[in-house]
Design a protein around this ligand. Structure first.
Ligand code: IMP
Length: 181
């Protein structure tokens, strides 16, 4: 994984490679919305967005659902301004998901460590069901085995930003997914 840039370095984001365009994202989010709505027909879905990265994906996804849903968030952090995980995941939330159909909405699955922590934590609340929807999943060896039922795009092992994803809190506002390495 590239270590060419530091958080302080000024990058012209418009000259970075576009990995997934806004149009491709829109189309895939629509498909995911249709699939999830069909799978949860007749039930109320409790979506748990993983902050900060999933805020745009979640906002677009819920507008493609045709089932009733409730929306809440938890905060997870492991990267601390770097391009590789610190290996320690900190979770913050005030959720009560007992007896609910829950879907964790995540921006990207890299090693799978963050989702493993989140699942272990939320399963203690005894939801009726719990699934994961991630916009992106990185194709890396030695991924922690976590079942992600709904995946927007499988991508190669690149560091990406935009559509909510950041590098040192920058580039979340970029409307497409761009490569930073
Ligand atoms: P994991 O715990 O290694 O699966 O990493 C998941 C978290 O790391 C995501 O929620 C993101 O916040 C962050 N992350 C992993 N890869 C990237 C990336 O390419 N760009 C931006 N954030 C990333």
């Amino acid at each position: 994984m590239s270590s060419a840039s530091s958080p302080e370095e000024i990058i012209n984001i418009n000259s970075q490679e576009v990995l997934i365009s806004r149009g491709q994202i829109n189309q895939r989010v629509e498909e995911l919305g249709r699939q999830i709505s069909a799978d949860y027909q007749g039930r109320e879905l409790h979506l748990v967005g993983v902050l900060n990265g999933a805020f745009i994906f979640l906002a677009d996804l819920v507008r493609q659902l045709s089932i009733p849903c409730q929306i809440c968030f938890l905060q997870a952090s492991s990267y601390k301004d770097k391009k590789v995980s610190s290996g320690e995941v900190t979770l913050m939330h005030n959720l009560d998901l007992s007896g609910k159909d829950v879907m964790v909405v995540e921006d990207i699955v890299d090693t799978g460590l963050t989702l493993k922590y989140i699942l272990e934590d939320l399963q203690q609340q005894k939801p009726t069901s719990i699934e994961i929807c991630a916009l992106l999943s990185k194709n890396i060896p030695d991924k922690i085995p976590v079942e992600v039922k709904y995946v927007g795009f499988e991508i190669e092992d690149r560091f990406v930003v935009g559509y909510g994803l950041d590098y040192a809190e920058k580039y979340r506002e970029v409307p497409h997914i761009a490569c930073l390495d």
